[in-house]
Ligand binder design. Sequence first.
Ligand code: ADP
Length: 319
Amino acid sequence: MKLRIITIVYWFLLVYIIAALVYWFIVLENQNSQMTELRIEELKKDASAFTQQYDAIQAQHKRKVVQYISEGATFLLLIILGASFVYSAVRKQIRLSHQQQNFMMAVTHELKTPIAITKLNLETLQKRTLEEAQQQKLIANALQETDRLNVLTNNILVTSQLETGTYKLNRQETDLATLVREGVKDFNGRFPKRVIQLNAEENIFVNGEILLLQMLLNNLLDNALKYSPKESVVKVGLIKKKQNALLYVADEGGGIPADEKKKIFQKFYRIGNEATRQTKGTGLGLYLCKKIVKDHHGTFWLSDNKPHGAIFTVQLQAI
Ligand code: ADP
């Protein structure tokens, strides 16, 4: 609604300004023509210099027309440039504030759910005497939820620190093959019912920050599992190509529509709308991944999996 009002006012003002510009051009041109006519009438038709004076008046008329057109065109260009700048800036701002609202809603929900589940599990353990197996199940469940909380808070903290430049990257020689293997093992433990296939070459080293590279892999794996059916396979690969380490995470989910491919890397952006969305999330994961890869001077891209699904690939310089 707000956006609609702003758009209407904006277009009204823009059309008014351009119409005023055109109106002034017409008025000036009319004045110019009248002046020219008057000056020609004042000429003495029988004078010997008539043709010369007539040509001079006509030339001046033309010069004026060119002057009005070029000044008008410059104004018009400046107005259009300014207007398109304002338009995109306002739209961007409104979209960002809208996404921020969604983010706040998502975060509140994402924080409340694990806290509520953990609290309930702990209360059950405290109040009732349960069998060992049941106790272990409740504890494992509570741990899983605290893991989720940990991931979420880390994502939020690291994103804001990377953005403000307060996060000091501690890059060191990192065994990416081991990092990926352990990351996948951790996910296999957390999601025993899912199939995650790993195909990693050994001895691939990069100059990187372990914590950030782990977050990168975790976010990609988390998404691959979240956005693909439970019975499908997620493939993780690590290969060395020339002097580069290529890490990819491929899933067999619905993939990402062409018009969303750029948007999903924006901060807080999630496909669909809050009311109909089934999955949990904050829209920070891919934004953070992109930032991490950029800070490691690498490249990060998305491609389509065949017959369906998404493949996220990270390319880092190997050492
Ligand atoms: P979140 O998962 O918290 O919503 P992300 O930044 O990780 O945030 O992802 C942004 C959006 O991109 C997601 O909401 C989802 O719609 C889409 N997306 C991300 N990964 C995948 C994937 N592997 N398959 C399909 N869609 C995905």
